[in-house]
Design a binder for this molecule. Sequence first.
Ligand SMILES: O=C1O[C@H](COP(=O)(O)O)[C@@H](O)[C@H](O)[C@H]1O
Length: 547
Amino acid sequence: MSSNRQGPPKHQNRYAWNPNANHKKNETELGGKLRPYSDITGVCPRCKDQIEWKRRYGKYKPLVEPGKCQKCGKRAVRQAYHRCAKDSGVCAKCSCRVDRIVGRDTVEVEAERKTLEEAIKNARERDRRTLLRAMNKQKAGSAVGTPKGGNSKVGELFPAASIDDKFVETLLGASLGLCKLSVIIGFMHKSSYTNTWGSNTVSEYRRTLWVIRFTGIQFGRLDAFMRALAILAVKRSQKTKETIHKGSSKHRQRAVYSKHPEVERDSFGVIEMSTVWLIPLMDMDNHGDSKNNREVRIHDSLDELSTDLADYIAELSEKSVKERGFFAIALSGGSLIGLIGKLCEVPYNKTVDWARWHILWADERVVAKNHSDSNYKLAKDGFLSKVPVAPSHVYSINDNVSAEEAATEYEFVLRQLVKSRTVDVSECSDCPKFDLILLGMGPDGHVASLFPLHTALNAKSDWVTFIIDSPKPPPERITFTLPVINSASNVAMVVTGSGKAEAVRLAVDEASSNCTLPAQMVQPTNGKLVWFLDRAAASKLDDSQTA
Ligand SMILES: O=C1O[C@H](COP(=O)(O)O)[C@@H](O)[C@H](O)[C@H]1O
């Protein structure tokens, strides 16, 4: 039946239809940022458009295992719609003979894939992902890393035209060749923080360092090839040279952090081209001396400490979200929560990608969630209720069961998160690998709910254990075990006050392999440990730490 109605439809859509409107994008799914679709090859332009359309509108069904070619009968079809078409000179999708086949030869693509697979077979999971991301970036043909403009700027190390190649060559040689050596001169954080090795004061640092913004190479490009690097340039100054050498050569290095308005986001620069040091920073596969991967930051005031801590957390969050799509963080209770309060303020409350945060607790007291002793309540009132974290990403314990059951259930929750890789997994221990674990420390040297001489310190096979006799009330608690804490990518020990100075001294200056104080036993295997101290807590440290 036809209608006589004229004019526009009665109920016209106000908005264009968005096929993905209610679909929460998971970047780790095929087609997401972290697992982009493969090139469309071997098909005619019309079919290419169709496949692109299907991908855009979520109708593309990727193959989960190689399919059977209808022509040759072999299980060699790796891309949806593709068949054995090359020999017949037809489009792999519609089988029509066409003048132009899009994309590269599938054999070529396959050969490249094999070479890549071979090359990264033995690489660690993280390196593998990094490399894949880098390759995808290159594939996308983005201009990242392509120097803009042909003119060298004052102070550039290499002429603009060659700088990118030179870096990539250097970095590839150094990092991917052996997956071991990292070259670094300095590290310039993206969020306008600069880490200097050995400079004693901010003003000295400011005097001796200036940055030329070089837009041709972005941090992302470098980051794609290596885990810890950047090139820092230093002004010609013997003093600076010395401090850099001194600081970076030994684990005594102490980083001075300061805000540098002149360092802009995503830029890194080079100062004084004639002096570039390529310093083997560390053997990335060396699980040994974790002291080398430790840093002690001492602050003059709690306000300074809080700002530094907020910057540190925001920085790690950005890095993890970029690399993995998530930021998995474990909180503790106590004074820590007040000290991370700056995160609820501008700029962090606006700039941090809160939607990607997944929050657990390194320890929790087994009390009702609304009890004043609850670490969850403390964090909720003082932090979580003030930032837009998704409630479903906040994993609190079951407060209706015994400590033992709560620990078992919490470990189960954690296992699910590891399974989905919301929390990464450690390559060497199979433990969860948190992007960051924030710990406080008691005057007795306890961390999380691991108390001195308690049997919970020996728990090796569990990820989460429980205690019912905590020396500090309340008695019943659950806690991450040491293997989980030491598998994290980053652990921050946030400790203030003179009452903890002795425990800090023991943990920082006397940490060795046969130590008994829980805080001494926090020695991330592959991760980085940073101590955030105020002057009072640092007052008993060896001079070299406090200088
Ligand atoms: O009981 C606990 O104490 C420690 C340290 O707390 P602080 O107030 O002295 O900083 C804390 O890290 C832990 O999470 C908590 O359960």
